[in-house]
Ligand binder design. Structure first.
Ligand code: BGC
Length: 747
């Protein structure tokens, strides 16, 4: 057979295989839909509504068992004992009339028992493969207790560091958030959700929650739909299209309508435009909360508006169980609407394989902390660490005695961060433990000084300074306690709390070199502290293996390679802050800062451009920023063509060389700017990135495909268009570096 015939045969075979697989999937789906039809046709209205009711677990209480047997509950939250899970499941499968299994759900946000860095830290790795692995480990551990549904990933765009929930997000950028979401979804769900060790993922909070006004949790949002579609919705759309099994409503109202009653979002966009057939669950009590929002008069009204808006499951509002039956008999909600909701829930149960395998396999129950899981957590913590500054002090070489101080240097609870429900804090390795394990206690003089992040005790500072005098180098590990970020934990003043800055100042005054490590749930305004320290590593709460990661980085066994997923402000008040802002008609220039303004200066003497008198303009450390122990040189960017049509593609390439002394990883970032638009375009937008590891002296060429269709935007009539015109393109190590080159999109 000649080569051409061979190729033709291979192509035909692949085509056949694709068609055959497509056919099998379609036939499988049709069979599942038929089984669902058969179940629904036997269900009483009360049983249907039961599937739409989600409640928190109460162990094997009599009330819970009664509910399960009568089929008035479809899923249970927060039950993590596999024996209890199996007993409850037994009642559902064996003792309820239709034998429909329950789903057990939990917020497994950044690991189950092996805690990974908080999601903002995972985003700082810019390493989707590593993030996917973390989600896979979380799913395996959680599923070994019976949890088959996690309420993660959170894909809310967060541009306001005051908002405590930015900790749970992937930060300010839609593209980075989308990549992280896809990685997590695939990590949790695998290729086949019915396989053991998988969990259904949940894209939340739909939608625009991250834009809560003034960074205060649960607050209102008012977002023009163009902005919603260009910035806030893309990660959700990507999640829907990637088969994310479930979505969750957000708490906020959007343009006057709470998400849980928002038909435009849930029906027109999610179901209609994106063709989503997964489950939409309310947030905790969010159906009931439409009453205080001022959108519903009472719980019955809330049940009606939730169901009408297409929210399938009522989490903890008890609105559906109490009122849907009556609403159906009053003709206010059609039973066909209920049937569709039930269909989505049953479809999820089939996808999870629960009808065939409802029970936890007790032979593999409670399997946690595999050595490779702990190693993955340590690696993720290293890759999430952002080196903000290094005057050559790091890694520590030749330092005989380290003075280890600061409230996060030996704090097992707080290094885990927010949403660590299943943390066993004794499993956390702190920096103190990891450093002494390598260097011996005699070489690490330890005195926290301040014992928790808000501590203002001056005596503590004195104690820290006293031990620092005997050391060669001071390592101060501070930050924010876990409880200062996360849900309902917002701050106006996003600085280092307590007397940490004073302690740093006092330590600096000893004349010893100082390494500052910050562990936090959000970007902090720490310009002065970074200035004082000789080196600064910023970590979002790094989880179980955080201390191990710190020791490896301090001692040069690992090189930090994190890049900021949110811009770091110079001052707290600089918020919202994001790199992809618009240019304005008067972009910042010739700034005269507050200390330089002459007495009785005229109103226009400081120029009339867009900046703050005290903070100037832009971030202290921009989005995408992060140093390494090594250095990288970016060669010139080349394009495969200078122009393309509106459906075209060009390839942008750049050679990156490790010009330093360490093997290290660098994140090459591709940014694009559409110079003139019928609607103004941002000054830069991230359109691609690649993390590469290079040995000293080694070069690699990154190649990015730039597709015109990815450079489009929504017009005021909500059509997505790609506009011809001139564009700039950068490939650089952060959002503020690089030299632009030009290309055009032509008609
Ligand atoms: C949070 C959700 C979470 C849910 C269930 C709510 O308070 O907003 O993110 O998944 O509780 O615990």
């Amino acid at each position: 057979m000649n080569e051409r015939n061979m190729t033709q045969r291979v192509v035909l075979f692949c085509l056949f295989l694709t068609l055959a697989i497509g056919y099998i999937i379609a036939a499988d789906n049709a069979a599942v839909e038929q089984r669902i039809d058969a179940i629904i046709s036997q269900m009483t209205l009360q049983e249907k509504i039961g599937q739409l009711n989600q409640q928190t677990g109460q162990g094997t209480s009599e009330g819970m068992i009664k509910q399960i047997k009568s089929g008035t509950i479809g899923s249970i939250l927060n039950e993590t004992d596999p024996e209890v899970v199996n007993r409850l499941q037994h009642y559902a499968v064996e003792n309820s009339r239709l034998h429909i299994p329950l789903i057990f759900a939990r917020d497994v946000i950044h690991g189950f028992r092996t805690i990974f860095p908080i999601p903002l830290g995972q985003a700082a790795t810019w390493n989707p493969a590593l993030v996917e692995e973390g989600a896979r480990i979380a799913a395996r551990e959680a599923a070994s207790t019976g949890i088959r549904w996690t309420f993660s990933p959170m894909v809310d765009i967060s541009r306001d560091a005051r908002w405590g929930r930015c900790a749970e997000s992937s930060g300010e950028d839609p593209y980075l958030t989308e990549q992280m979401a896809l990685a997590m979804i695939h990590g949790y769900q695998g290729d086949d959700l019915s396989q053991p060790g998988t969990m259904a993922a949940c894209a939340k909070h739909f939608a625009c929650y991250g834009a809560s006004e003034s960074g205060k949790d649960y607050n209102t949002t008012w977002i023009p739909e163009v902005l919603m579609r260009d910035v806030y919705l893309p990660p959700f759309e990507a999640a829907a299209k990637a088969g994310c099994a479930t979505f969750m409503c957000s708490f906020n109202d959007i343009n006057g309508v709470p998400s849980s009653g928002n038909s435009h979002l849930n029906r027109d966009i999610l179901r209609g435009e994106w063709g989503y057939n997964g489950v939409l669950v309310s947030d905790w009590g969010s159906i009931q909360q439409m009453i205080p929002h001022g959108f519903c008069s009472d719980l019955k009204d809330a049940a009606m508006k939730g169901a009408t808006a297409g929210v399938d499951i009522d989490m903890e509002s008890y609105a559906y169980v109490q009122h849907l039956e009556q609403l159906v008999s009053d003709g206010k909600v059609a039973e066909t609407v209920i049937d569709e909701m039930v269909r989505n829930v049953l479809r999820l149960k089939f996808r999870l394989g629960l009808f065939d395998n409802p029970y936890v396999d007790m032979k593999h129950a409670n399997e946690f902390y595999a050595p490779e899981s702990l190693e993955a957590a340590a690696k993720t913590a290293v890759e999430s660490a952002i080196l903000l500054k290094n005057n050559g002090l790091l890694p520590l070489r030749g330092a005989k005695k380290i003075a280890l101080v600061g409230p996060m240097s030996n704090d097992k609870h707080n290094q885990a961060g927010t949403w660590s429900f299943d943390l066993e804090k004794e499993r956390c390795v702190t920096p103190y433990e990891a450093l002494t394990a390598v260097l011996g206690k005699e070489n690490v003089i330890f005195e926290e000084g301040l014992t928790y992040s808000r501590d203002k005790n001056a005596e503590g500072i004195d104690k820290a300074v006293a031990i620092a005098r005997d050391a060669d180098v001071i390592v101060m590990i501070g930050g924010e306690e876990a409880v200062l970020s996360g849900e309902a934990h917002c701050r106006v003043n996003t600085t280092l709390p307590g007397a940490q800055t004073e302690m740093l100042r006092a330590l600096k005054a000893t004349g010893k070199p100082v390494v500052l490590i910050v562990m936090s749930g959000r970007p902090l305004a720490i310009v002065d502290e970074v200035e004082m320290a000789d080196a600064t590593i910023f970590m979002f709460h790094p989880g179980t293996m955080g201390g191990e990661a710190v020791a490896r980085m301090l001692l040069g066994k690992a090189v930090p390679s994190g890049k900021l997923p949110m811009s770091m402000p110079r001052m707290s008040g600089q918020t919202p802050l994001y790199y992809s802002h618009k240019n304005t008609g008067r972009p910042a220039s010739d700034m005269v800062l507050i200390d330089d303004i002459a007495l009785e200066a005229g109103q226009t003497s400081t120029g009339c451009t867009s900046y703050y008198l005290d903070a100037g303009d832009g971030a202290a450390f921009p989005f995408g920023y992060g140093l390494s122990y090594s250095t990288f040189e970016y060669g010139p960017v080349t394009l495969s063509a200078d122009n393309m049509g509106t459906d075209g593609e060009i390839i942008a390439s750049c050679t990156i060389t490790n010009t330093g002394k360490y093997e290290a990883a660098e994140v090459a970032q591709l940014y694009v700017r559409d110079l003139v638009g019928s609607l103004i375009r941002p000054v830069k937008e991230l359109k691609g990135f690649e993390k590469l590891t290079l040995r000293p002296g080694e070069s690699k060429t990154v190649k990015f495909s730039v597709k015109a269709c990815d450079l489009g935007f929504h017009t005021l009539d909500l059509k997505k268009i790609v506009e011809p015109g001139e564009f700039h393109l950068w490939i650089a190590g952060d959002s503020a570096s690089g030299t632009p080159i030009t290309f055009n999109i032509t008609e």
